[in-house]
Design a protein around this ligand. Structure first.
Ligand code: CA
Length: 452
């Protein structure tokens, strides 16, 4: 996808027609993270048939533009996005379906969603992986002329601004047009037109889907952002096979910094109808006269993983001692800051919705931990509040305890707040997670501990 571009027609090699028997199940469980990787977001779309995707995970974009943003979502696409389950629904079998429809008057509807979280990025010195298992709309030829499914990510500063593309960065993890058996992976960056990312084309890689076609079967589409290598690199893979990469040294330092030094990325899924990419690819105006509505993109899962990075893991510290918040193993959305609290040292924050920090191997021993206490401060505006939550072993597990916090009198006005937790014994990876119904940061944390 892209928010403002008209990709040039890309010459297509004659795609081999493959007739590999389809052995893949229609849906699959989200695979467990490979060794060394930690799941930071996942949605398996296991909701009831006809239900919308989780509002805790996803924002549903509607209409023909963001409020105040470019018309037709900046791409020339023609459909009206809706929150109608006819366009957007889980299927009861573990998939999300995004289905373009056309009414009797010829008006198109479809759906587009984006993650609530905007902070997907590698931990310092580590790597990020964004992966989806997707079957493109099962339609080809004239019946597909104008279909434009996409699984992609935009830099967080885009949300609420809408005019800072492409400097904020865009990763097109999977794009496809016109039912062609090809996955396109694209980086958009820098300035438009031209610039280091050759806008509005972007830096493009593509290939035929391995085995069964992109349209006839699920494939796994993966993007990696690896800061553990020098120069850093972006990679695009389909079914684990790399087909595109962009190295840090392919663009100037300022451009790289502008797309990597912000809070991170949010992930989008949509099926557009018409627009610059299908038009330019086909050399015609789309949708074409033979287009057939009602062919959904199926999304089995979306998962985001991180690997490595971080320092100062407490690794095996006692739950009943003081755990310094800044000793986290991994974290997202927060920074270490000096504190004027008694004892000095550092705190973490300010934290807002979706931010988190992990503390591996915290040992509760044979005693049962029943209370959590955290030293917190908040200079949040009136009306801004949120939850400080404790989760064990996975950020996707439900909290074992939490407390709410609002303004404490300032960002250096510290107080100790307790919360009951369900009884915990043994050794666990502890996650502090921060949840709020609004986007503003609401808390900093100096330290925390548990008591029996
Ligand atoms: Ca699923």
């Amino acid at each position: 996808m892209s928010v403002n571009r008209s990709r040039w027609k890309i010459a297509l090699a004659g795609a081999a027609l493959l007739t590999v028997p389809l052995a893949l199940p229609a849906t699959a469980a989200v695979p467990p993270p490979p060794a060394g990787w930690t799941t930071v977001f996942t949605d398996d779309f296991t909701g009831a048939a006809g239900s919308l995707p989780s509002s805790a995970n996803w924002i549903i974009d509607t209409g023909h533009a963001y409020p105040g943003g470019p018309a037709n979502w900046g791409t020339g696409e023609i459909q009206n996005y809706t929150a109608n389950p006819a366009n957007l629904a889980q299927d009861g079998s573990g998939n999300l379906r995004i289905t373009p429809l056309r009414d009797g008057a010829g008006n198109w509807t479809s759906a587009r969603i984006e993650t609530q979280r905007t902070n997907f990025k590698p931990p310092s010195g580590g790597a990020l992986r964004i992966e989806g298992r997707i079957q493109m709309p099962d339609v080809t030829g004239a019946a597909a002329l104008g279909y434009w499914p996409a699984f992609w990510a935009l830099g967080s500063p885009y949300r609420g601004n809408y005019w800072n593309w492409p400097a904020v960065g865009e990763f097109d993890i999977m794009e496809n047009v016109n039912g062609i058996n090809t996955v396109w992976g694209v980086l958009h960056c820098g300035v438009n037109p031209g610039g280091p990312c050759n806008e509005t084309t972007g830096l493009v890689g593509s290939r035929t889907c391995p085995g069964a076609s992109c349209q006839s079967a699920f494939h796994t589409y993966t993007f990696e952002w690896d800061t553990s290598v020098s120069p850093n690199v972006f990679r695009w893979l389909v079914d684990g096979q790399q087909f595109h990469s962009v190295s840090q040294n392919q663009v100037d330092a300022t451009t790289w910094a502008n797309m990597t030094n912000h809070a991170g990325y949010f992930v989008l899924l949509n099926v557009a109808i018409g627009g610059a990419f299908p038009n330019n690819n086909s050399g015609t105006t789309t949708p074409g006269p033979g287009i057939v509505p009602g062919r959904p993109m199926l999304v089995d899962y979306v998962t985001v993983l991180t690997r490595g990075g971080g320092t100062g893991s407490p690794g095996g510290g006692s739950a009943y001692g003081t755990i310094q918040a800044e000793s986290y193993g991994q974290a997202a959305g927060i920074a270490k800051q000096a504190t004027s609290d008694s004892g000095g040292g550092q705190s973490i924050g300010p934290a807002g919705n979706g931010d988190w920090a992990s503390y591996p191997g915290v040992d509760f021993g044979t005693q049962t931990g029943r209370q959590f206490q955290a030293r917190v401060a908040s200079g949040a505006a009136s009306g801004v509040s949120g939850l400080v939550e404790v989760r064990l072993d996975s950020r996707s597990n439900p909290p074992v305890g939490s407390f709410a916090v609002a303004n404490t009198g300032g960002w250096q006005s510290w107080r100790t707040i307790p919360a009951n937790i369900s009884g915990v014994t043994g050794k666990h990876d502890v996650y502090l997670t921060f949840t709020s119904g609004q986007p503003a940061d609401f808390v900093s944390v100096n330290w925390f501990t548990f008591t029996p």
